[in-house]
Write a protein that binds this ligand. Structure first.
Ligand SMILES: Nc1nc2c(ncn2[C@@H]2O[C@H](COP(=O)(O)OP(=O)(O)O)[C@@H](O)[C@H]2O)c(=O)[nH]1
Ligand SMILES: [Mg+2]
Length: 206
């Protein structure tokens, strides 16, 4: 682990467990605890980011082959809430038909009443202008689901791109603030994200 290995979120991360890979809406978790969903194109690092946040290298399966995850995977953080790993947008091994059915499953998941409480939408920091992101992120923002946009794989950008790309993405999606540059690989930016997640899973008592 990196220098941030004593963040209080790790205590919860150690207890995280995989519960279900939902292939139909009847398998969605509905226990009322907050769900934080990770969305984005295939291969942007959704699974790597969840592992890095939790400090659990093998919990969420990662792959260098895009489009492997077909289910909506629910990881329980006992008594606190859930990490929900959505299938990657914009790529389907099973062809057109399969692609339509996961688009529907993800659409149904995202349009539930009150869940997810937050969508973490991950962009590849080095691909700031993908058409698939325009469509998918555009829909999520239009649906009004609270969304945090992050630029992952920041370790791959040179200084010039680190300056220019967050501004490009901010303008493109009409965001109020610059999207943070993070890296699931180096741990850059992850403690701020753990703080935010912890404030959702363990809200300060009123
Ligand atoms: N350089 C770099 N590679 C990353 C980072 N995060 C993930 N990857 C790599 O990107 C590939 C896809 O990651 P994965 O987590 O499976 O992506 P997913 O399809 O969005 O879940 C894997 O080879 C990861 O090792 C990162 O921050 N930096
Ligand atoms: Mg994945």
């Amino acid at each position: 682990m990196k220098s941030n290995d004593n963040h209080p979120f790790y205590k919860l991360g150690q207890k995280a467990v995989f519960r279900i890979g939902a292939v139909g809406t009847n398998q969605f978790v509905t226990d009322g605890l907050p769900q934080i969903a990770f969305a984005g194109r295939s291969n942007v690092g959704k699974s790597s980011l969840q592992n890095a946040l939790l400090g659990r290298s093998g919990l969420v399966r990662t792959s260098s082959t895009p489009g492997r995850t077909r289910e909506i995977n629910f990881f329980e953080i006992p008594e606190k809430g859930w990490f929900v790993d959505l299938p990657g947008f914009g790529y389907a091994r099973g062809g057109h038909q399969a692609s339509g059915s996961f688009a529907k499953l993800v659409g149904d998941y995202l349009s539930q009443e009150g869940q997810p409480v937050l969508v973490i939408y991950i962009l590849d920091a080095d691909v700031p202008e993908s058409e698939v992101d325009s469509i998918c992120l555009g829909r999520i923002l239009d649906a009004g689901v609270p969304t945090l946009i992050l630029l992952n794989k920041a370790d791959r950008l040179d200084q010039s791109k680190r300056t220019r790309y967050p501004t490009m993405v901010k303008e493109r999606f009409g965001l109020e603030t610059l999207p943070p540059l993070i890296s699931a690989r180096t741990g850059k930016g992850l403690d701020a994200l753990r703080d935010r997640i912890l404030s959702i899973l363990e809200p300060p008592s009123p």
